[in-house]
Design a protein around this ligand. Sequence first.
Ligand code: GLN
Length: 504
Amino acid sequence: MTTLSQTALHDLSVQQLASALASKQISAVEAAQHFLARSQAHGELGAYVEFNPEATLAQAAAADARLAQGTAGALEGVPVAHKDIFVTKDFTTTAGSRMLKGYRSPFDATVVAKLAQSGMVTLGKLNCDEFAMGSSNENSAVAPVGHEAPAPVRNPWNTDRIPGGSSGGSAVAVAARLAPAATGTDTGGSIRQPASFCGITGIKPTYGRASRYGMVAFASSLDQAGPMARNAEDCALLLSALCGPDLDRDSTSLDVPAEDYRRNLNDSIEGLRIGVPKEFFGDGLADDVRAAVNAALAQYEQLGAKLVPITLPRTELSIPVYYIIAPAEASSNLSRFDGVKFGHRAAQFADLADMYKKTRSEGFGEEVQRRIMIGTYVLSHGYYDAYYLQAQKIRRMIADDFQNAFKECDVIAGPVAPTVAWKLGEKSDDPVANYLADIFTLPASLAGLPGMSLPVGFSNTAQDQGLPIGMQLIGNYFKEAQLLNAAHRFQQATDFHLAKPAGF
Ligand code: GLN
């Protein structure tokens, strides 16, 4: 056992920090100061878009008071940073967009409020793709702290690489030990893919499990919040705190009581049936990713699990289906940004229509405009049946394919993405290349299933040497505890999740 005195504060897990705080070996103010100083010192990574040290330290002092009074929550005093898509009272919320520059919400998102109720202290807000649209975090229009203009979010394993997206800042903050944990959102893979690219662990729960209240909406039937941390146990701690019904505020919130997601962590996985979809191991999969995922599957067999070949026949269709449905919903959600109610408004315009047009042209970035146009087109009279309705039908079939698969297996395993993190700029002019890289995360999103990513290796090819590789686990509805159990048992037997990028 490493003792606290031998380990730097930023190398402690959420669980270790929580117990050090509870036993008063450290104070919440000390922890907050330590992580704030580290986070501020690493502006070159572009992970944070805002700090408010006064608010952070006030939250930490309040946590210390509760620790002293014996009224502490489960995660009292543990620092956390939030993806800048969750609205916050103490920080501005931009969703990565010029449209929301300087926007301050009068309330906290439910996820933020719930983590605060469990005692967590907010370090700051984290960079993300504009309105969570992207796979590389290159779509942010916001200047990270320490930069005058928008600047890349850099992968700490190789700073010439993208961190993944859209929750890129969240993944970087956790991987570089700038925060012990972070929140993310996943519409089509935005928790799982950046977690995979940055060598950390992340989970997207069943759709409806976490409240969407106060999460700036992208595609409402897909958007789901979840934690990103260094291991499955930490994810379980945060997920238990942030999930739960929010029926008065979110019409898609499920009326299912909160759970303790740690309850199955140590269960044996002897006999666990792991479905291996053949469509996830086709020609497009890079050799280094294939090798690492196969090695992880072999490790699971060692732990007593059984591998079951399965098929998810409509895997490829998930790309066109998602890139019709998500833009359709986005075009509707983003119509609220009209320069009237809140956000940016063009300075000069001739009339109301001109004001809308100029406001949106100035406020929305290229990718967001592209999606609004696609979404408006597929919803328009004459094209609705051909695109949107067809996509909805196939979405249902994709969900049915999973239910067929779950007749034969308990969880499904495969790669998170076809490759490791690519170079900054490599695909920034090619939206379709970005969309194609989402192939393995989109199916679970369309079906509303819980999915997670855990580190299972590193590339050893000449060009991608040392870049992390993640494996995806997909569970049936409400089987988050089972996914976390499978991930935790793997992490007890391996140390990929303990590796950290050089210099951090
Ligand atoms: N990469 C996908 C997209 O661009 C998913 C993003 C997300 O999950 N927020 O839409």
